[in-house]
Structure formats: C-alpha cells, structure tokens
Design a protein around this ligand. Structure first.
Ligand SMILES: [Zn+2]
Length: 371
C-alpha cells in the first residue's frame, strides 16, 4: 500500500527549526509521530514544529555491518576519497557503518556531521602474503597476534578484525592463519580490553578454532558446516554473510587458474552459499547485513544485501532489521528513541514488504539534517 507523503524533502530547515514527522514507525509497525529539534529525537510534541513528513514508513537509518571506508578497487585510498565513499553510503541510506578494517586512518571523518557515524575496527591483522597487499598489519610471527590485538583495540572503536583464512600459495588452497592457542589468547586479550573480535573466513578449517576461542562474529562464513553452525548458535556468535560479495567468488576463481584447488574450493563455497546462510538462519544465528563495500564491491549497495538476505531465507522484517534496528542494538547505537540522534529514513511503501522502496526514500535525516 502506498501512503501519501507530504512535506518538504531535502529542504534544510532553519537552524533550531523543529520538525514533526508522522507515519508508521518501524520496527513496531504502528502509526506514530516524532519530533526532531537540534538533531535529536523527541516523542513529545515540540512547540512550533513544522510538519516535515506526513505518512509513509519511518525507520532508524540503515546500518552497513561490514564496510571498508578507506579501501577502493586499487587498495588504500586517501582520506578525501574515503570521505567520498562514506558520502556515497549515506546517500544510499546508510547512516551507521561498522568499518571492518581500513588501512586509512579515518578518525578525522568521525567529526564530520555530514557523514555516517563510523565504528572503526582499526586495521586488519594478518600475516605476510596472507591478505590483499598493504591493507593489513602483517605479523611476521603468529605469536605476535595477542599483542597486535591490544594495539588495534586501542586504535579502534570496540572491534578488532582478524584475517582468519586466505589462500596459502604453498599449499594452493585456503588455509587458516593462526593456531587455536594463539586465537584463544588473542580473543581473551581483546575481551580483557573491552572490545569485540571478528574475522574474515571463507573456508571451513579456520572456523572451529575461531568460534571456540570465543570470537564475537564471523564475516562471510561460506565454509560453515552443520557442526560450526551449531557451535555458533550455542554461543550466540554473530554472522555477517556479505552475500553480494560472495557473488564475486566465481570471478575470483577465474583469476586464480594457477591455483586450481583454491579455484575449485571458491566455486564450491559459492555454489552452496545460500544453503549455508539458510542453515545459519534456521539455527537462529544472529545475522547482520554487510555489503563489504571497498574492494570488489562499490559503496552504496547495502539495499542489494537486504534483498540477498531475503532470498537466503530471512523474512522481510528480519532482513530489514539486520540492516537497521537489530544491527543498531548489536552495535549499541539507539534507533528511534527520545534523546537519540535523529538518523532516520522515511519510505513511501513498507520496506519490510518492498525493500526497493529504500532506494528512493522520501526523507533521510542524518543528525536531524535532511539529505
Ligand atoms: Zn571486507
């Protein structure tokens, strides 16, 4: 059902001008109203507010749970390009980014009121020749991992990113980077520092050690099996499947003809990716939407990931929550609550039914300012 939507769109209200929004509030799905003044949400009427939006669906701004601000198709980019990437994500409705590792120090972007909020994980922790060159911190000895985790914990905003597996050119296939003992020590060091840990993992072999070490999240997770899915479900480990990135696996395999075992492995992981994510959903693993924008994926494609998560088995409301309110809860960032920064979208139709409506919102407010 299309709801008539009135009011100015993209017009900057005067500073200090209060706004009144009325529509169907998500996730509850009930009619409601909000007021915004000085960038903050109010649930009680604010005198003198202009009716900025009347009708439609009002939801907390989208969350890209796996994004790289500071990485482009050629690798590391300048801070100015990183800002452009974040602006592209903003224009596509992403108002909160969990940056899953960047070689660029994007801390200066965190004070830019025109850009999405960025929760940074510092730099990827990897070993020489075991990730995209120049992106990560390459540890000569795997035993240095716990110390490196502490350093990245201090440099980021509550998350540390490990490379869990990558092609090992000596064996010609995906292989884990770290021993189980080192992982246990590294995850314990992160938790002692009050930060969470996640890891890039494509294959099956790196998963048991990471999950049993108490890791908080797995990125991609194409190698999940019935056993590791049960273990994650039991422990409440999260998964960010980045399905639109998994779609690039056949192209990766195509370029890897020197490593036929790896190429065949990547094709097999790709072929069963939707079934793997379907089994993770079935088991009740908490899933979040991440585009993996930065390298092979261009910025601004989060809605494509919402569509892919629905195709893999999440309901419309779950897939939207995985890219909005549920992801905010997971990251500890409030949605449409009184006193919260006003970061929200208004759509014409119900985005739980029609995710494509998110591509053309009626209104997008970032810190109370329309875009
Ligand atoms: Zn990534």
């Amino acid at each position: 059902m299309t709801v008539p939507v009135a009011g100015p769109v993209g017009e900057l209200p005067a500073r200090g001008q209060a706004m009144h929004l009325r529509g169907t509030l998500l996730p509850e799905g009930e009619p409601g109203e909000l007021w915004v003044i000085d960038g903050v949400i109010h649930t009680e009427p604010v005198p003198g507010a202009i009716m900025a939006c009347d009708g439609g669906y009002i939801l907390p701004g989208l969350v890209d749970a796996h994004c790289h601000v500071g990485i482009g198709p050629q690798g590391t980019v300048s801070l100015a390009e990183a800002a452009e990437q974040a602006a592209t994500d903003r224009d596509a409705g992403t108002l909160l980014i969990r940056d899953c590792g960047s070689p660029t120090d994007t801390r200066p972007l965190q004070s830019r009121h025109d850009l999405p909020r960025i929760i940074r994980a510092g730099r990827h922790l990897t070993r020489p020749k075991r990730y995209i060159p120049t992106i990560g911190v390459e540890l000569d000895e795997p035993e240095l991992l716990p110390q490196a985790v502490q350093e990245q914990a201090a440099a980021g905003d509550g998350w540390v990113k490990l490379v869990g597996d990558w092609i090992d050119r000596a064996s010609g296939d995906l292989a884990p980077l770290w021993s189980d003992d080192v992982l246990a020590e590294a995850v314990a060091a992160a938790h002692a520092a009050g930060v969470r840990v996640t890891a890039h993992v494509f294959g099956a072999d790196a998963l048991p050690g990471l999950i049993r070490a108490g890791i908080d999240c797995i990125e991609h997770g194409t190698g999940l099996t019935a056993d590791t899915i049960s273990e994650m479900a039991l422990r409440g480990t999260s998964l960010v499947p980045t399905l639109i990135n998994i779609e690039t696996f056949p192209a990766i395999a195509e370029r890897a003809s020197k490593y036929p075992r790896y190429a065949a492995h990547m094709r097999a992981l790709h072929a069963r990716a939707h079934a793997t994510v379907g089994a993770a959903i079935e088991a009740g693993i908490p899933l979040y939407a991440g585009s993996d924008a930065g390298g092979g994926i261009r910025h601004g494609r989060l809605v494509d990931e919402i569509v892919a998560l629905r195709a893999a088995g999440l309901s419309g409301a779950q897939a939207l929550g995985a890219a909005s309110w549920a992801a905010r809860d997971w990251l500890g960032v409030p949605g449409l609550l009184p006193g919260a920064p006003a970061g929200l979208l208004v759509t014409r139709t119900d985005p739980r039914v029609d995710p494509d409506t998110l591509r053309d919102p009626v209104m997008l407010l970032l810190r109370g300012q329309p875009w």
